[in-house]
Write a protein that binds this ligand. Structure first.
Ligand SMILES: *[C@@H]1O[C@H](CO)[C@@H](O)[C@H](O)[C@H]1NC(C)=O
Length: 408
């Protein structure tokens, strides 16, 4: 069995006990080379990392110093010595930024599978009354953090957060739905299983193929397998429509998140993001989105800094128990390009009064789930969030498994 190749029993027990949460160090360890060496060994032990070299050690020591210095400053966010601590930022960025998301999204509007003018008549565009903050996690609309493992399926995870959200809001039932079905079965062209994809076409797949199975009936295995239609039962999440959020407009994005969790792409790189631990991230990052995530809320911290709450799919060990708060209201594209490419799955509320953004439009005809869908030649080759480093694959795979174990 594959799992046995990866983990010793003892490590498995550690995972079960949740001991792999955080790595702590003493300031004294930073005073001498011996201190750093001891810390390096402890850190490798902690993350079960066998690989060791002087080069790695130097990177580790450099990172730890920077993390420590950053944490001593009065920044609204804190960093931590996490599992990426022996990777240079260059290495980290290379691993995560060979993205074609930006390029792909740029070609999307003319694409036959995407609404012809995706930014016209956005359902929430005329809404004026939105709350100053919202957190869908406190409204029974967000499932526990998941881990994508060593598979570039961030797009599937991001899409599923949004689907789980609107399903919970409409039905009152919070259920976990299947990323694996999207990885295996969504062959819509843009979407390539573990080699990357986009969220809006994933919503379209769900609309046109009768819905999305629960995670229990179509569980995640972290690699692409043959689509198994027998796993797609009656208990599915269905959607009526989907839309892109008008881009480069954080106010419009706020309106959308006020109504439901929203799938988006962000640029995830930089020293700060590599080691982000908690608080509102205000640091540097680019505007070339390279990773699919979901917005599950927004708010203002006690110091008055506005933020988005982002659900990631790297397990609960990264960031703030798997989440990151990214500063809001910085620039049109959003910090880290968070407002550039967002989309929502639409599930109309038949009970909503006419004029309500969620009321079915007059001309609404439910989609035929068996309608044929043509394939698309403009497909991404790679999901940027795919960790290529075998060590990372292992770590992330472990996180995925750990997430599952903790739920048993
Ligand atoms: C928003 O208002 C404009 C102007 O009244 C109207 O043309 C548009 O259709 C409305 N959009 C939606 C989604 O209701």
């Amino acid at each position: 069995m594959e799992i046995n190749n990866f983990f010793s029993l003892s490590f498995f027990l550690l995972l079960l006990l949740g001991v792999v949460e955080s790595f702590y160090y003493h300031e004294k360890e930073l005073e001498t080379e011996d201190g750093f060496r001891g810390m390096y060994d402890r850190w490798r032990d902690h993350h079960n990392i066998e690989q060791k070299s002087d080069e790695k050690f130097n990177v580790f020591a450099y990172n730890v110093k920077r993390i420590h210095e950053s944490n001593k400053m009065d920044k609204p966010y804190k960093l931590k010595v996490n599992k990426f601590a022996d990777m240079s930022n260059h290495e980290f960025v290379n691993m995560y930024t060979d993205s074609r998301i930006g390029h792909l999204q740029a070609t999307v509007p003319g694409h036959p599978h995407i609404n012809v003018d995706p930014f016209k008549d956005f359902i929430y565009q005329n809404v004026t009354d939105v709350p100053e903050s919202i957190d869908w996690r406190t409204k029974n609309a967000v499932t526990d953090i998941k881990g994508q493992g060593g598979c570039g399926s961030c797009w599937a995870f991001a899409a599923v957060v949004a689907v789980e959200g609107i399903h919970a809001i409409r039905t009152g039932k919070l259920e976990r739905f299947s990323e694996q079905q999207l990885v295996d079965c969504d062959l819509l062209g843009h979407n390539k299983g573990c080699d990357g994809g986009l969220m809006e076409p994933a919503f379209l797949y769900i609309i046109e193929h009768g819905g999305l199975a629960t995670e229990a009936s179509y569980p995640y295995v972290g690699k692409r397998e043959t689509c198994d239609k027998s796993k797609i039962g009656k208990d599915v999440a269905t959607l009526d429509n989907r839309q892109n959020v008008p881009p480069n407009d954080e106010e419009m994005l706020k309106k959308a998140v006020a109504f439901q969790p929203v799938a988006t792409n962000i640029h995830l790189s930089g020293h700060g993001l590599q080691f982000y631990s908690e608080g509102v991230y205000t640091g540097d990052c680019g505007t070339e989105p390279n990773h699919g995530v979901a917005l599950v809320g927004y708010g203002v911290n006690p110091e008055g800094i506005k933020y988005w709450t982002v659900k990631n799919s790297w397990g609960p060990g990264w960031g703030e128990k798997g989440y990151i708060n990214v500063q809001r209201g910085v620039r049109r594209e959003g910090l880290c390009g968070i407002a550039m490419h967002s989309s929502v799955p639409i599930k109309y509320d038949p009970k909503a009064p006419k004029g309500d953004p969620n009321a079915p439009p007059d001309n609404f005809v439910p989609k035929d789930p068996n309608a044929p869908v043509k394939d698309d030649p403009n497909a991404p080759k790679e999901c940027p969030s795919t960790p290529k480093d075998p060590k990372l694959r292992t770590t992330q795979r472990m996180q995925g498994i750990r997430t599952k174990l903790l739920e048993l």
